[in-house]
Design a protein around this ligand. Sequence first.
Ligand code: LLP
Length: 434
Amino acid sequence: MNLPPHLTIRGDHLWIGEHDTTDLARTWGTPLYVTDQDRIAACYAAYRDALTAEYSRVRILYAAKANGNLAVLRTLAGLGAGADVFSSGELHLALSAGMPPGTLLFNGSSKSRSDLALAVEKKVPVSVDSLDELRQLDAVAALAGTTARIAFRVNPAIDVPTHPKIATGLATSKFGIAHNLIPSAYREALDCPHIDPVGIHCHIGSQILAVEPFARACEVMMRIVGEITDLGVGLEFVDLGGGLGIPYHRGDGERAPSPHDYARAVVPLFREGIREAGISPELWIEPGRSLVADSTILLAGVNSVKPAHRTFVNVDAGFNLLVRPAMYDSWHEVIAANKAGRDGTVLYTIAGPICETGDILAHDRMLPGLASGDLIAVLDAGAYGFAMSSQYNSRPRCPEVILNGGKAALMRRGEDIADLTRTMETPPWQEPGH
Ligand code: LLP
């Protein structure tokens, strides 16, 4: 299996970094998310080095939606990353992690007045998704007696090879303003007294395993960059979005393009476009998944094994903790973490504890014979894993542990039963003695 370098099999056990997964499970219990901080740093460095080799003025905005834990954000902030934030919550987290406001971009197709007011107050640039939003933001900035720095989110109408639910730049998608309408949007922005158009932004989709769609998007963007520069827009940044996919099918030797492949395919087109426009803006990109996905595994304990029309392995983590298989039919590799050195001999279906037929983490996997008390590891769980978790079936969310060399520490405690009722209120007529 094509494992990332921080995952190794030693004897019968799966290790992550310098830690035996069976020790981690013994110490912290299961289910358990485990993140290797050094792996995030290595993924960030690969992007930074590949991009800066092609163009010096680069900023990497980590897509905070992928994994919003403060320890992850702090790791990336410490390396110089900014962030793509998609809500006031993500904005707060990115600022709390120490990212300067000017290195964030407030994205979103449905921002509230209070979202806009927060962006203005914190001086975070806004990616504006509609003319309606532009006018509201102009009014919000006027009220605050200031000017809002903006980009427009371009809908480049690009078809991409990925799951339809995560293709974001189709002509039919809800995001952005159609590319042919963008110049007139900038014309209106230039006339708004409290708007300062300083950037341009697009995003075409997620889990894309080719660089060619990014190159096509870049071409569309650079055509527009030329047009709006002629209108008098002084572009300080061009944000080409995120989206390099990762090789989830590790057993099949699947490959993903590297940041180097991306930089070589896209940056020359960017350089050519800005040369023609006679400008030298920063190049921004917004990777999420490819920075954090493979840093993290989800450890789950085997509760029981049941031979039926399939042989089910019933584990203690389900779509409450990792919804991707149920939501997008996503593939995540599964390793028997305490029997990792043994050959697969039995075909299993890994089922979670949730009361839904669709609560299957993995279908038809050849694994060594498993029994109650064994441990499985679900790989590549660091992006859109915990971030999309829920308390469905009233299951407290599990803890998250972060590793730094030989050290291991909680980056989020597990919830307990009291957390389930913490935000619930008793209506007065249900109070005892009412
Ligand atoms: N920037 C914007 C504006 C985005 O909408 C996204 C992802 C990203 C950056 C980061 O893209 P990445 O580098 O992670 O591909 N929950 C889905 C993925 C949804 C992605 C939505 N937007 C999944 O689990 O596959």
